[in-house]
Design a protein around this ligand. Structure first.
Ligand code: NAD
Ligand code: FES
Length: 291
């Protein structure tokens, strides 16, 4: 069992939990995810890691309840425990594999949207620990939905924006990025966008136009997170990839977002899953044959 050390509501319907998971905390790197299971009957939920403390064996997760299992999860309190907490899974961010000396020469900008702000945090924190302070644009629908503002400020040059203009400025993360590059003359060598699929798609359209290489996190299309269900199949250039095994991070300019979003919708119904299996044949899944 994996004990919850701290549980709190960060914003309306967005929850943070610190979980005692020493083995995961010791080995995880930014970009990786865990699979949690509340109890024996609950679904497996893949969640990108928001923070980790290797010394104290703590992993921090942030989630937004959307289905039965995440709704059950939000009722857990400090002192309760998860039945399962598996990880770290997926590939660490490419940033962590680069020579920090080379990284220091790069101007990096992050674009985080809503709950997608949480997985941005370990990356900018890791960069900060390696002497690099990146620019970070965070967009949320309203002021009340901005999370981790102080934490982000401590490790990045933070730009906040809200869709409705209730805090700092009005507009989306893409508006801020365009403003920084086009009007303020900022030059970026790399953009990392993490948030809703639609946001990542539009960030990529903009960065293509601006000539900025861009990485996206395809965590939103994962279901079981083990390479077995086939839900997270996506096209990256002309290659078939699975977000949970080959990613979650990919070259955003190569990702077919329209196909990924269409699959995401189809995967929600039994009929849709059967159709995907029929159309995609052998490359549909990792081999479980369950769908
Ligand atoms: P949301 O719908 O409130 O959107 C958050 C922000 O994204 C918006 O405020 C806006 O700034 C930006 N955005 C949305 N559409 C955009 C567009 N067309 N162009 C530019 N920017 C746009 O999201 P939410 O409810 O906070 O978060 C839920 C979503 O986040 C889910 O879809 C979930 O899958 C996703 N998520 C993604 C990751 C990841 O690793 N990529 C991690 C956690 C959550
Ligand atoms: Fe099921 Fe990747 S989430 S195969």
């Amino acid at each position: 069992m994996y004990k919850i050390r701290k549980a709190k509501e960060l914003a309306a319907n967005i929850y943070l939990m610190d979980v005692e998971a020493p083995r995961v905390a010791k080995h995880c790197l930014p970009g990786q995810f865990v699979i949690v299971k509340v109890d024996e009957t609950s679904e497996r939920i893949p969640l990108t890691i928001c923070d980790y403390d290797s010394e104290n064996g703590i992993v921090t997760i942030v989630f937004q309840p959307v289905g039965a299992s995440t709704l059950k999860m939000k009722n857990l309190k400090a002192g309760d425990a998860f039945e399962d907490f598996v990880g770290p899974l997926g590939q660490p961010s490419d940033l962590t594999k680069e020579d920090p000396k080379e990284l220091k020469k790069k101007n990096i900008v992050f674009v985080g949207g809503g709950v997608g702000t949480a997985p941005v945090y370990p990356q900018i924190k890791w960069l900060h620990e390696h002497g690099i302070t990146a620019d970070c644009i965070i967009g949320a629908r309203t002021k009340d939905l901005i999370i981790l503002e102080e934490e982000m400020k401590a490790v990045s040059h933070l730009y906040l924006t809200t869709d409705d203009g209730s805090y700092v400025r009005k507009g989306m993360g893409t508006d801020v990025l365009r403003d920084l590059v086009v009007n303020q003359g900022k030059k970026y060598d790399l953009c990392i966008a993490i948030g809703p699929m639609i946001m990542m798609k539009f960030v990529c359209l903009l960065t293509k136009e601006l000539g900025i290489p861009t990485v996206v996190s395809m965590n939103p299309i994962m279901v079981d997170g083990t390479g077995m269900c086939g839900a997270c199949r996506l096209m990256v250039g002309d290659e078939v990839k699975f977000a949970c095994v080959d990613g979650p991070e990919f070259d955003g300019h190569q990702v077919d977002f329209d196909l990924a979003m269409k699959r995401q919708q189809m995967y929600k119904t039994e009929e849709g899953r059967a159709k995907l299996f029929f159309e995609e044949g052998q490359t549909h899944h990792g081999g479980c044959g369950q769908c």
